[in-house]
Design a protein around this ligand. Structure first.
Ligand SMILES: *Cc1c(COP(=O)(O)O)cnc(C)c1O
Length: 395
């Protein structure tokens, strides 16, 4: 048995996307900037893909810029807003403590370049409120960036409310919607979103391609200079097969949101109910405002890495948090931000499901995970000290 339960790290490209990409590579290899027929056919495919992306987000095709993925879209949104803010003497940016590193590390660089950054704290479920955002806005604030949904603990933020606050105060609002796009309904106009990042490989599209939505009237600055592609805002010959594959995957994912969300969240809830029965365990993230496929726990007295290796040996592909931070020994910044003690944060497990997962797989995980947790606890001197009362339990 091989169970893939790491869909927040990446997804398997869907058949529709793969077919669209293959046919593009085989038959539509032109450069969209070429004036001849072969080039113009490629340009038409690009126009069509841009329109499909726009239709799914509730914006116009002119407001979509293709990028190499979520990280590039995040970098460009932040750097562009910062650059334009600085032109008007506004050098303050508001974000949250639980953002993806594509946001946090860009903000760190901007701080080194003289910007001031306020990272809002989140509550024990990982939520920020529109009121917190409103209170943090200053006369020199040029940007608010709050993620749509968290990649580790699955918490969904009150994006429409935050958007309304920013619009009212005249501050630009960006959201990293990489985990939400294709999984939750998004309407950029109704939600007052000025800029939004997404990435194809998180919704069954190819890797290495994404998009940045930028509301018309919002100035955008390029990160990559060169040719005039993407209306001069992102140079480089377009990765047409990937763009076409992303548009096919996005259209398919968006049409299936209600059906997939119902199916996947039922699997999620059964997994959460079952794993909650493990003693000294705690669910991380908001119990209600939660991505349909996200299950995230801390188990006391267990090392996350050992847990992952043993689960892998049993055919379960999981994660201890985000793929990006595994390999480092620091506990997750997200778990620390929601107040988990360091000891507990080390014993974390993230299972992220999709419509490809089955009820039988959930049964198997509910059988195997409690066994592996108790096996690891038997080997742990820390756990023994806790059980025998020499040190206190933290969860
Ligand atoms: C995966 C992810 C990214 C990065 O996207 P890439 O396309 O892999 O660069 C950014 N933000 C969030 C929330 C993510 O989950």
């Amino acid at each position: 048995m091989q169970i893939y339960a790491d869909h927040a790290a990446t997804t398997k490209p869907g058949k529709t996307a793969v077919r669209a990409m293959l046919s593009c590579m085989e038959q539509n290899y032109g450069n969209p900037s070429s004036l001849h027929q072969v080039g113009q056919r490629a340009a038409e495919a690009l126009v069509k893909a841009r329109q499909e992306m726009a239709d799914c987000l509730g914006c116009t095709a002119r407001e979509i810029y293709f990028t190499s993925g979520g990280s590039e879209a995040d970098n460009q949104a932040l750097r562009s807003a910062a650059w334009h803010g600085a032109q008007n003497g506004k050098k303050h940016i508001i974000s949250t403590a639980i953002e993806h590193h594509a946001i946090l590390h860009t903000l760190k660089q901007l701080e080194e370049e003289g910007f001031s950054v306020t990272l809002l704290e989140v509550d024990e479920n990982g939520r920020v409120t529109p009121e917190q955002v409103a209170a943090a806005i200053r006369p020199d604030t040029c940007l608010v960036s709050v993620m749509f949904a968290n990649n580790e603990i699955g918490t969904i933020e009150p994006i429409a409310g935050i958007g309304a606050v920013c619009r009212e105060k005249g501050v630009l609002f960006h959201t990293d919607a990489v985990q939400a796009a294709g999984h939750l309904a998004i309407h950029v106009q109704e939600m007052h979103i000025d800029m939004l990042s997404l990435s194809a490989h998180k919704f069954c599209g190819p890797k290495g391609v994404g998009a940045l939505y930028v509301r018309r009237d919002v100035p955008l600055r390029s990160l990559i200079c060169g040719g005039g592609q993407e209306r001069g805002k992102r140079a480089g010959t377009e990765n047409l097969p990937a763009i076409v594959g992303m548009a096919a995957a996005f259209r398919e994912a968006c049409a299936a949101i209600p059906a997939h969300a119902a199916y996947v969240s039922a699997l999620r809830d059964r997994l959460i109910a079952g794993l909650s029965r493990i003693p000294h365990s705690t669910l991380n993230g908001d119990p209600q405002q939660r991505l349909p496929g996200n299950v995230h726990f801390c188990f006391e007295g267990v090392e996350g890495e050992s847990l992952l290796l043993l689960l892998d040996a049993k055919g379960i592909c999981a994660s201890s948090g985000s793929a990006c931070s595994s390999g480092s020994l620091d506990p997750s910044h997200v778990l620390l931000a929601i107040g988990r003690p360091r000891e507990a944060a080390h014993g974390s497990l993230r299972l992220t499901l999709s419509e490809e997962n089955t009820s039988e797989e959930v049964d198997y995980m509910l059988q195997v995970i409690p066994e592996v947790v108790s096996y690891l606890r038997k080997l742990s001197p820390v756990w023994r000290d806790m059980e025998e009362g020499r040190i206190p339990h933290v969860i």
